[in-house]
Design a protein around this ligand. Structure first.
Ligand code: 3HC
Ligand code: NAI
Length: 700
C-alpha cells in the first residue's frame, strides 16, 4: 500500500491496484510502488497468483509523458524493469484491464502472463501519435502474442482499439463485465484451479518466426504508411522495430527497440507532437474561468440561417444528440437547406460512414421553422445568416425579444465585431461568438469568441459544448478574423506576392505541401471558393493605406468567373467530377503578365524561400495576437492551426515551429524582408523582444 497503489489479498490471489489519478500514468513513484507490491506478493507463500488492475477510470494511460527528456525516465525501476519483474514472476500474473490501457500501460499488460479486459475497454499503443515507438517492449511482445500483421496494424496506426478487437486478435484472453478486480480474481482462481502457471511472452516465438525473413510484409507496410503518414518518422521506426522482432532474439530486439525509441524521443517531430498533445489539453484551461464554474444546460438549440454554415452547424448538434430547430427567411430557402442536410446524411450513409439508423435519427432531430417564436424554449441559438452587421443586429433584436432568460445567443460571424452585436441586445453577457469552420459538422476547430461583456459561465458552457460536439474549442478575443483567419491573411498575401515575383501556383503549393500541410494555399482557396475572400478584400479596400502593396491577381481570377473547384476552375482547372487541381496555362500567363505590368523581373524561388516568405509573416501575426491578448497562449494558436488549417502536427503548430527555428532567426529574416518589401513585414514588438532576450513563445 502506498499513496499510488493499493494492495490486498483475496484468498490465494494478491490484488495490486494502481491508484494514481487521473490516468494511472506510470511515472517513477508509481513504478516503484507497483514493483514493491509485486515483490510482496511474490514473497508471500500464501499467494498463488497476482492480479494487477487500475483504480479509478482506467488501467493505465502509459508512461508519464512529462518525464520524457528528464532523468526520471531512466531512474530505476524503469518501466522495463517493472515489466520484466512481472514477466519473470514465478506465479501467474493477470492484468485486468478496464477503461484504457495505452502505451506503456498496454506494454505492462503484454508482459503479464494473462490479460482480461472489460468489454468496453480500449487498448492500444498510440506512441506513434507522439512521434515515438513503444519503448517498453511493445514492438517485441505484441507480435509474439498477436502475430506480425496484426501487430503492425496496432502499432503503426496507433489507435486505441475496442476490447472486442483486442480479444479477436488474441491480445486479451477473456472479456468481462463489471468490476476489474473481481473479474481478475475470478480469472486467477480459475488459473490456480487448472494448475496453469506463468506464460512468458518473451518465450512465445512461434508467431514471429512465422514472419522471419519475409521482407515483403514490411516493404508493403512501409509503402502504405509513407503515403498515409506523409513526412512522419515514427511509423517507419515502428515498422523497423517490429521487423527486428522477427529477425533478432528477444533480448537483441529489446536492445534495438531501446535505441530506436531514444532516437525518436529526441527528434523534433516527437517534441512537436508531445507539445500538441499537451496544447490540446491546455486549451480548455482559462485563468479566470475556473474548472468548477457552473455551466448552463444545453438541451435544445436553435440555428438561424440554413445556408452552408447553418446546415453544418445543425448537423454538428444533431450528431451530438442535441435536437435543433433551424430558422430561414422563406419556405423555399428552408426547404432547400433541409434538403441539402438530408442529402449530406444520405451520402454519408451511402459511403458507409454512417449507419442508416443513425442517419435517420440525426435527420429527424433537425426541424425547420420560419417563426422566431419557436425559439422561446431553446437554450442556445447560433446565428449563421449573411455576413452583414445590420442584418445580424436585426436578428439579435428578435432573439432578444423571444428567447428565454439565460439562453445563450451566439453568432458564427467570421469578421464582425461581437461587442457591437452584443451591445444591441438587453443581455450582452449572454452573447458570444461560436466560430465554426466549414464544413461545420466535420471540422474539429471551434473558435469561441469572448466579448467584453460575455459572462464567465457562458464561456465555460461554450467550452464544454465544444467537447460535447467532439470539437476542440479555443477561446479567443474580438478582432477582425479572430486568430485563425487573421493569421491566414498574411500567409495568403505573401503567397500572392511570391507569384508576382517569379513563382507559379503549383510551385508554391508543392513547397507548402512538402512542408507537411495537406494542401497548398491555392488548392485550398479553390476548394473553399474564391468569392468570400474577394468580398472581404473589397470591404477592406476602404481602409487599406494607399501606398500599401496589394496583389489583385485573385480578384482578376474571380472577375473571370473562375470561382474555384465548384465552378470547374479557379487557380487551377478541374476535369468534371475530379477534384485534382490541374495547372492552367491561362493562369500562368496571367501571373507572368502581372509581373510584367508591375515591372517586376521574375526570378527563381527555392522551396525554403517560399516557406519563409509565407510562414514567417504568419508567425509574426501570431506574435501580434499574443501582444494584443487576443490569444491567451502561443499553444492555443498552435491548436487553432493544427485543427483549423492542417498545420502539420509533426511541427507542433506555427508558434512551436517558430521556437524550434528560433525567434532570433525569424526576427532577423523579417527585418531583411522589411527592408526589401516594406512595412507589411515589420516584426512584431513581442517577436523583437523574444529575439533579443534569446527566448521563445513557449517561455511567455
Ligand atoms: N502522461 C502524462 N500525462 C497524461 C498522460 C500520460 N501518458 N495521459 C494523460 N495525461 C494527462 C493529460 O495531460 C490530462 O492532464 P490535465 O488534466 O492536466 O490536462 C489528464 O492526464 C487527463 O487526460 P485526458 O484529458 O486526455 O483524459 P481523457 O479521459 O480524455 O483521455 C486517455 C484518457 C485516452 C488515456 C488520454 O489521456 C490519452 O490518450 N493519453 C495518452 C495515451 C498515450 O499516448 N500513451 C502513451 C504514452 S508514451 C509511452 O507509454 C511510452 C512507452 O512506450 C515507453
Ligand atoms: P450562406 O449565404 O451560405 O447562408 C446564409 C443563409 O442565411 C442563407 O440561407 C439565407 O437565406 C439565410 N438568411 C439570410 N437572412 C436571413 C434571415 N433574416 N433569417 C433567416 N435566415 C436568413 O452563408 P454562409 O457561408 O453559411 O455564412 C453564414 C455566416 O457564417 C456568415 O456570418 C459567415 O461569415 C460565417 N462563416 C462562414 C464560413 C464559410 O466558410 N462559409 C466559415 C465560418 C463562418
Amino acid at each position: 500500500m502506498s499513496e499510488v497503489t493499493q494492495y490486498s489479498r483475496r484468498g490465494a490471489v494478491a490484488v495490486i491496484s494502481i491508484d494514481s489519478p487521473p490516468v494511472n500514468g506510470l511515472g517513477h513513484a508509481v513504478r516503484e510502488a507497483v514493483l514493491r507490491c509485486l515483490e510482496s506478493a511474490l514473497g508471500d507463500d500464501e499467494v498463488a497468483a497476482v492480479v494487477i488492475h487500475g483504480g479509478g477510470r482506467m488501467f493505465s494511460a502509459g508512461a508519464d509523458i512529462k518525464e520524457f527528456g528528464t532523468d526520471l525516465v531512466l531512474l530505476p525501476p524503469t518501466l522495463r524493469d517493472l515489466i520484466d519483474a512481472a514477466e519473470n514472476a514465478g506465479k501467474p500474473v493477470v492484468a485486468a484491464i478496464h477503461g484504457v490501457a495505452a502505451g506503456g500501460g498496454c506494454e505492462f499488460a503484454l508482459g503479464c502472463h494473462y490479460r482480461i479486459a472489460a468489454a468496453d475497454a480500449r487498448i492500444g499503443l498510440p506512441e506513434v501519435t507522439l512521434g515515438i515507438i513503444p519503448g517498453a517492449g511493445g514492438t517485441q511482445r505484441l507480435p509474439r502474442i498477436i502475430g506480425v500483421p496484426a501487430a503492425l496494424d496496432f502499432i503503426v496506426q496507433g489507435k486505441l482499439n475496442p476490447a472486442a478487437k483486442a480479444y479477436e486478435v488474441g491480445l486479451v484472453d477473456e472479456l468481462f463485465e463489471g468490476d476489474a478486480a473481481d473479474a481478475g480474481v475470478a480469472y486467477a482462481e480459475k488459473l490456480i484451479a487448472a494448475g496453469r502457471g506463468p506464460r512468458r511472452t518473451r518465450e512465445r516465438n512461434e508467431r514471429v518466426e512465422a514472419a522471419r525473413g519475409k521482407k515483403e510484409i514490411f516493404e508493403q507496410y512501409r509503402e502504405g504508411s509513407s503515403k498515409k503518414a506523409r513526412g512522419l518518422e515514427a511509423p517507419l521506426a515502428a515498422i523497423e522495430s517490429i521487423e527486428n522482432a522477427t529477425n533478432l532474439t528477444f533480448d537483441e530486439g529489446m536492445e534495438a527497440e531501446r535505441e530506436i525509441f531514444a532516437r525518436c524521443v529526441a527528434s523534433e517531430q516527437s517534441q512537436a507532437m508531445r507539445h500538441a498533445f499537451f496544447a490540446e489539453r491546455q486549451v480548455a484551461k482559462i485563468p479566470d474561468v475556473p474548472k468548477d464554474t457552473a455551466t448552463r444546460d444545453i438541451a435544445k438549440v436553435g440555428v438561424v440561417g440554413c445556408g452552408t454554415m447553418g446546415q453544418g452547424i445543425a448537423m454538428a448538434f444533431a450528431n451530438a444528440g442535441i435536437p435543433v430547430k433551424v430558422l430561414e427567411v422563406s419556405q423555399d430557402a428552408l426547404d432547400a437547406g433541409l434538403d441539402k442536410i438530408a442529402k449530406t446524411y444520405d451520402s454519408s450513409v451511402a459511403k458507409g460512414r454512417l449507419s442508416p439508423e443513425d442517419g435517420k435519427r440525426f435527420l429527424s432531430s433537425i426541424a425547420g421553422t420560419l417563426d422566431f417564436g419557436d425559439f422561446a424554449d431553446v437554450d442556445l441559438v447560433v446565428e449563421a445568416v449573411f455576413e452583414d452587421l445590420a442584418l445580424k443586429t436585426e436578428i439579435f433584436g428578435k432573439l432578444d425579444a423571444v428567447c428565454k432568460e439565460g439562453a445563450i445567443l451566439a453568432t458564427n460571424t467570421s469578421t464582425l465585431d461581437i461587442n457591437k452585436i452584443a451591445a444591441t441586445t438587453s443581455r450582452p453577457g449572454d452573447v458570444i461568438g461560436l466560430h465554426f469552420f466549414s464544413p461545420a459538422h466535420i471540422m474539429r476547430l471551434l473558435e469561441i469568441v469572448r466579448g467584453d461583456a460575455t459572462e464567465k459561465d457562458v464561456v465555460a458552457t461554450s467550452l464544454a459544448l465544444a467537447k460535447q460536439l467532439r470539437k476542440t474549442g479555443v477561446l479567443v478575443g474580438v478582432c477582425e478574423g479572430f486568430v485563425g483567419n487573421r493569421m491566414l491573411l498574411p500567409y495568403l498575401r505573401e503567397a500572392y506576392f511570391v507569384l508576382e515575383e517569379g513563382a507559379l501556383p503549383q510551385q508554391v503549393d508543392k513547397a507548402i505541401c512538402d512542408f507537411g500541410f495537406p494542401m497548398g494555399p491555392f488548392t485550398m482557396l479553390d476548394m473553399a471558393g474564391l468569392t468570400v475572400g474577394y468580398l472581404i478584400r473589397k470591404h477592406q479596400a476602404a481602409t487599406r493605406p494607399e501606398n500599401e502593396r496589394y496583389s489583385d491577381i485573385e480578384d482578376r481570377i474571380v472577375e473571370m468567373d473562375r470561382l474555384g473547384q465548384k465552378t470547374g476552375s479557379g487557380w487551377y482547372k478541374y476535369e468534371p467530377g475530379n477534384r485534382t487541381p490541374v495547372p492552367d496555362p491561362d493562369i500562368e500567363k496571367l501571373v507572368v503578365e502581372t509581373s510584367e505590368k508591375l515591372g517586376i523581373e521574375r526570378r527563381e524561388f527555392s522551396d525554403q524561400e517560399i516557406i519563409e516568405r509565407c510562414l514567417y509573416p504568419l508567425v509574426n501575426e501570431g506574435a501580434k495576437l499574443l501582444e494584443e491578448g487576443i490569444a491567451l497562449r502561443s499553444s492555443d494558436i498552435d491548436v487553432v492551426w493544427l485543427y483549423g488549417y492542417g498545420f502539420p502536427r509533426f511541427r507542433g503548430g506555427p508558434m512551436f515551429w517558430a521556437d524550434l527555428i528560433g525567434t532570433k532567426t525569424i526576427y532577423d529574416k523579417l527585418v531583411e524582408f522589411e527592408t526589401v518589401h516594406g512595412e507589411l513585414m515589420k516584426p512584431a514588438a513581442l517577436l523583437a523582444r523574444l529575439a533579443e532576450e534569446g527566448k521563445g513563445f513557449s517561455d511567455l
